[in-house]
Design a binder for this molecule. Structure first.
Ligand SMILES: Nc1nc2c(ncn2[C@@H]2O[C@H](COP(=O)(O)OP(=O)(O)O)[C@@H](O)[C@H]2O)c(=O)[nH]1
Ligand SMILES: [Mg+2]
Length: 297
């Protein structure tokens, strides 16, 4: 029975903000990777486990590849580049409403060295008309030998079944790496911290989103009450950022807490009591020690 079982790793790479995490969530049918309209939302590699008849695909969502400035960005880009090295297939995501520019050229150079076959996934087709999509397909297919070129809308779901049907048979024969009922290898605490960080990213602007890290301090299950009690700290880089995140009379932090609690409850399938704290750690993203402490190592 296991003879023809197919399994393998599939990296999802591309520039920041092209919809990599949205695609992962769409494939899994559940949200495990946070998304926002701001670049550099994803900071770590996120594994998503997709089971299908006769196989298991392990999708690796990655931070966007760009020219890094600062230590945290360098860490993020490293994560993405490393993810391309050791996989069976690479999905290179680009935006339909964009042309082949310098940022994509930079990634193509990296992919030329990849041993794994590369599929071009053109996302956000809901934003363009067919002629411009055809022009883009033409430009990319002249530039690189892609195994497949697949247009999709990760947000609406169009083309995603076709994407899965195209890549599942490409996986090598191999064992089932994870149990059927597992969605990711990340601990629940990590996903919960990410969900809080997403709400901060979405509700704040300018430099605040990039200087925020979230750590779950305690995670206590109370099965008799079907409740999970969570305490988490939002770390920011400056006093002024703390002021904004707390808001007038604590208004902002209350809203963030509500947004996050709603999503965490859906993810965990229980009631959640969420308590948030805000702490200033001056310029934490520039310190190797603090980066490690926040889990970026
Ligand atoms: N119109 C449209 N927007 C999308 C689509 N997929 C993702 N987005 C949006 O693009 C932004 C970036 O998405 P995200 O998944 O965080 O990108 P990532 O940085 O590549 O992981 C978010 O605002 C998404 O809602 C799509 O198919 N169509
Ligand atoms: Mg992402």
């Amino acid at each position: 029975m296991t003879n023809n079982f197919k399994s393998g790793f599939v990296a999802i790479v591309g520039r920041p903000n092209v919809g990599k995490s949205t695609l992962l969530n769409r494939i899994l049918g559940q949200k495990i990777a946070i998304t926002s309209n701001k670049p550099q939302t994803t900071r770590n590699r996120i594994l998503g486990i997709h089971n299908f008849e006769g196989g298991q695909a392990l999708f690796v969502d990655t931070p966007g590849i760009h020219k890094p400035k600062g230590k945290l960005n360098r860490y993020m880009v490293d994560q993405a580049v490393k993810a391309c090295g050791d996989v069976d297939l690479v999905l290179f995501l680009v935006e339909a409403n964009d042309s082949l520019g310098g940022g994509d050229e930079y990634i193509l150079k990296l992919l030329e060295r990849s041993k794994a076959p590369v599929c071009l996934i053109i996302n956000k087709i809901d934003l363009v008309k067919p002629p411009s999509l055809l022009r883009l397909i033409d430009a990319y297919s002249k530039r690189f030998e892609f195994k497949e070129i697949i247009p999709i809308s990760a947000e609406k779901g169009d083309g995603v079944p076709q994407l899965l049907a195209a890549i599942e048979p490409c996986l090598p024969n191999g064992p089932q790496f994870y149990p059927d009922d597992m969605l990711t290898d990340q601990p629940e605490r990590f996903i919960v911290a990410e969900m809080v960080r997403e709400k901060v990213m979405r509700r704040t602007s300018e430099e605040i989103p990039y200087g925020v890290a979230v750590k779950v301090e305690s995670f206590e299950e109370k099965p008799e009450k079907r409740l999970v009690v969570i305490q988490a700290t939002i770390h920011v880089e400056r006093d002024s950022h703390k002021k904004i995140i707390v808001g007038k009379g604590g208004q902002m932090i209350r809203k963030l807490g509500q947004d996050a609690r709603y999503e965490i409850e859906r993810f965990l399938g229980t009631k959640v009591f969420l308590e948030l704290f805000v702490r200033v750690d001056k310029d934490w993203s520039q310190s190797d020690r603090m980066l490690r402490e926040m889990g970026y190592e």
